[in-house]
Design a protein around this ligand. Structure first.
Ligand code: ZN
Ligand code: ZN
Length: 260
């Protein structure tokens, strides 16, 4: 089975069409997918979609993660109270996406850091794996992560390059790769280099839809069914068949999310 370890079908762009999108995901062979939360409302919606009954036998099970994205950190003084209920929901398998984003700086950096640390403590207290969003902030993020040991970490949309890869692996982290693996250009060349070097047991694939659309659909809205294009390119980069890579990713995801 294929797995989309990070999608936003709860987003404004996709939510109205989520049922058809999930069905198309099943049609290309997706067996499990994770709907990621970015703020309180978005996390609630991720959980709701994950609980929506299947419309066809092909419909893959959906799971949810709950978190406050660094962009939204300024809206919260602490971990939202409601997260303490949601974290016990049987569809919730991770805390995220959380982290630091210095590219857009939509929340002040000290506010991002504070919310990030509070959510790391929350994840630790509830024994949940963590989905990290770190953009142009690896140095500060790694300092924070070293202060919060014992967490399972997934570096979503990994962008730390070879420079941070050893440190990420020493922390026990997994890295998720998406549409950027399929793009032209120097940044994607470098990303493919990282992808070829990382140990097989540390990789996951994701769409991050509606963003990060893989070639040849770049410029259109992304959706989970396009993960197939990411698997094809990723398998070719590592000289594996899609089936071999799919088995590896399925095992990695199972171990990380502990989903059933
Ligand atoms: Zn992200
Ligand atoms: Zn995301």
């Amino acid at each position: 089975m294929l797995i989309d370890s990070h999608c936003h079908i709860n987003s404004e762009e996709l939510r109205a069409d989520s049922e058809a999108i999930i069905r198309r995901a099943g049609e290309v062979g997706i067996g499990k997918m994770l709907i990621v939360g970015c703020d309180l409302e978005d996390s609630i919606e991720a959980v709701e979609i994950a609980h929506t009954p299947h419309s066809s036998p092909l419909t893959p099970p959906c799971y949810a993660s709950i978190g406050v994205h660094p962009h939204e950190a300024k809206r919260y003084a602490d971990v939202p109270e409601k997260f303490f209920d949601l974290v016990n929901d049987d569809k919730v398998v991770a805390v995220g996406e959380i982290g630091l984003d210095y590219h857009y700086d939509l929340s002040p950096r000290d506010v991002q850091a504070d919310m990030f640390e509070r959510q790391l403590d929350f994840a630790k207290a509830h024994d949940m794996p963590v989905i990290l969003h770190i953009r142009e902030a690896m140095s500060d993020a790694m300092k924070i992560l070293h202060r919060h040991e014992g967490l399972k970490l997934l570096f979503h949309c990994y962008a730390g390059g070879l420079e941070y890869l050893d440190e990420v692996l020493e922390l026990g982290g997994l890295c998720a790769f998406g549409g950027a693996l399929t793009w032209k250009g120097k940044a994607s060349e470098e990303l493919r280099e990282v992808f070829r070097r990382i140990p097989a047991e540390r990789i996951l694939l994701e769409t991050d839809c509606p963003y990060m659309t893989p070639a040849p659909f770049r410029g259109k809205l992304n959706e989970p069914s396009y993960i197939k294009l990411v698997y094809e390119r990723a398998a070719a980069e590592r000289d594996l068949s899609v089936e071999e890579l799919a088995d590896i990713i399925e095992r990695n995801a199972e171990k990380f999310f502990n989903w059933r």
